[in-house]
Design a protein around this ligand. Structure first.
Ligand code: M6R
Length: 607
């Protein structure tokens, strides 16, 4: 899991590649490197650490018009300068995102033929293989030959010292996008890498290769046949992919949620007629009508959205729902009945385990609907239907706006299915739709009180652990709150169904343990108050998320954060906002890099 970029054109390639790498750092950041043509030879600079460390290696930036770059999240070989990309053998220099599964076998064969290796990576064998085939061949032909024995996942960008100004990119099971502009051509793992320069993009499919030159490009398949593809114009404004004045992407993305949800609703629901635009799901009405079961697959935060979605889909549309983690689903030989609709939830659309789950479902001839944030991503392309969460680029590693837009999307889907299945009357659907339209405004009112949450957070930065409790649909929100805290503040946190607490975790409670209780007024509220009593009587510190004006929960709490009233499905979107802010302020106050927490990467494109 890494980020790659390449540029060839009239502008300063080194500048463009370094800038692009900064925007790809969310994909990994334990080492970085660039390679560029300089007076007929290829020069490489690389180091352990982040792009800012790489930049320090340049006292002045040479002017070059062709270059490639890489930011790494280590899989094979520890983070070090030797293992940093670009790798080189002979005249061939390349960067790679992915994993070569049979690299040990291929490496052994190469060593037997006299090759010496300078890194521990799986990637380096690609340079050796391509160099073996380059004599009297073009770079693209040598790559086609070299990749024949290679098994695994890769997006690569390759240069040959004898072919200046040319970059060849190939994609298999890892994202690779081509950007077009008057002043040159780009390739990258993700659009924000070159969004400042190009918004006309081509999404390569598996097994496709692009040959970039300053004045043109060609796309071929790995049989050497020309492939015709059209470009798509991306609306994302480059400023949308920047921090926009906030200290961190995560904070910006938390504050963007009213806009992100409003965009996700736009054009999809009509409050006057109570209609939902089914075409937005890109899936046949017959499939939806005949759905008898739903299987949701996802990872991390998206999985938590799926868990909350189960409550919405079962209660509103009365369809039985199972939810599974992608990495479990793919290997447990799931028994899936006919008329099961598989829903894959994924922000990036590139999470390897979720993609594998989609492929498993397709192999069992089931229909797959993705709820996805990235246009043209692998999940979007491989699914039968896609409902895009229009959250815009999410750069912070900790997912925030993707989660709330996923919840809103699942709510819309539940209402659509409820209408098709007749489980809710039209008037009820209309009312539930109008309540959804109030959510952006309600989030804004929570965000106005972020300083209260900051004050609470600052008082608990030295705690050793947190417990998050919720009941019913708020249990997944407790899980999500705990995940947010863990990933950016490195404090252990556990999410638990409040009713299950007495079966074990209650033993943890003492006057040192903050217990975050998600306690909006819903049908389980009274029961939750009893759970709060249980915590209180054991000396636990209660931080509660309550409905505005709720005096009972307030009396039991040490700290209270209020959210506006909403129906129980929509209150999930509201109650997670203070949990995101709590985690953010704890992480920042502790001095951590919340946008790029240790050991994590934004997009987990390997197993
Ligand atoms: O792109 P995806 O939604 O498929 O990503 C799934 C997880 O990797 C992601 O949600 C991860 O758990 C986040 N770091 C959580 O904040």
């Amino acid at each position: 899991m890494c980020g790659i970029i390449g540029y060839t054109g009239k502008e300063n390639a080194l500048q463009i590649v370094l800038e692009g790498l900064k925007r790809l750092e969310y994909r990994g950041y334990d080492s970085a490197g660039v390679a560029y043509f300089n007076k007929g030879t290829i020069e490489i600079k690389r180091c352990r650490g982040k792009i800012k460390d790489l930049e320090r290696l340049f006292s002045e930036r040479p002017v070059s018009n062709t270059g490639i770059g890489h930011t790494r999240w280590a899989t094979h070989g520890r983070p070090s300068e030797e293992n940093a990309h670009p790798h080189r053998y002979g005249r061939i220099v390349l960067v790679h995102n992915g994993i070569i599964e049979n690299y040990l076998e291929l490496k052994r064969e190469l060593i037997n033929k006299g090759h010496a290796f300078s890194s521990e990576t799986d990637t380096e064998i690609l340079c050796h293989l391509i160099d073996n085939h380059i004599d009297n061949k073009s770079l693209e032909d040598a790559i086609i030959e070299a990749l024949r024995p290679v098994k695994g996942a890769y997006a690569i960008a390759v240069m040959n010292e004898l072919e200046p100004e040319k970059i060849v990119g190939v994609r298999k099971d890892c994202p690779l996008i081509v950007g077009l502009s008057q002043n040159g051509h780009f390739l990258a793992s993700d659009v924000p890498a070159f969004l400042h320069y190009s918004r006309d993009v081509i999404f390569l499919d598996d097994g496709e290769m692009v040959i970039l030159k300053p004045d043109g490009f060609r796309i071929m398949n790995l049989d050497g046949e020309e492939v015709r593809k059209s470009s798509i114009h991306i609306d994302w404004n480059p400023v949308m992919a920047e921090k926009g004045g906030y200290k961190h992407f995560m904070l910006k993305e938390i504050f963007e949620q009213p806009r992100a949800i409003a965009d996700t609703l736009r054009g999809r629901i009509n409050p006057d007629s109570g209609e939902i635009a089914r075409e937005e799901f890109n899936i046949e009405e017959g499939i939806l009508r005949n759905t008898e079961r739903i299987m949701i697959v996802a990872c991390g935060t998206s999985y938590h959205a799926g868990l909350a979605g189960r409550y919405m889909l079962e209660e509103l549309a009365r369809i039985p729902v199972e939810v599974d983690i992608g990495s479990e689903f793919r290997y447990r030989k799931p028994v899936l009945e006919k008329n099961t609709l598989v829903i894959a939830i994924t922000q990036s659309g590139e999470t390897a385990d979720t993609i594998a789950a989609i492929r498993e479902a397709k192999a069992q001839e089931l229909r797959v609907l993705s709820i996805c944030n990235v246009l043209g991503s692998t999940a979007a392309r491989e699914s039968d239907g896609v409902f895009y969460t229009h959250a815009g680029p999410e750069i912070g590693v900790a997912s925030t706006k993707a989660f709330t837009t996923q919840l809103a999307s699942l709510y819309i889907l539940s209402l659509l299915l409820a209408g098709l299945k007749g489980s809710l009357k039209h008037e009820s659907i209309k009312k539930l739709i109008s309540e959804l339209l109030e959510i952006p405004h309600k989030i804004e009112s929570i965000l106005k009180h972020s300083s209260t949450i900051e004050t609470i957070a600052k008082q608990h930065i030295n705690r050793r652990g947190f417990l998050y409790l919720g009941r019913g649909i708020n249990y997944p929100i407790a899980l999500e709150g705990a995940l947010k805290l863990k990933e950016i503040s490195y404090i252990h946190a556990e999410g638990y169904p409040a009713g299950e607490m007495k079966h074990g975790p209650i033993a943890l409670i003492d006057e040192e343990l903050p217990v975050v209780v998600i306690a909006p007024k819903d049908e389980l509220y009274e029961k939750l108050l009893s759970n709060m009593q249980e915590v209180k009587s054991r000396g636990g510190i209660i931080i509660s998320i309550v409905t505005e004006g709720d005096r009972n929960a307030k009396e039991l709490s040490d700290y209270v954060i209020e959210i506006p009233p909403a129906n129980k499905y929509l209150s999930t979107i509201l109650s997670v906002i203070p949990l995101q802010l709590l985690a953010y302020y704890v992480g920042v106050t502790k001095g951590y890099d919340v946008d790029q927490p240790r050991n994590l990467a934004k997009s987990v494109t390997v197993e």
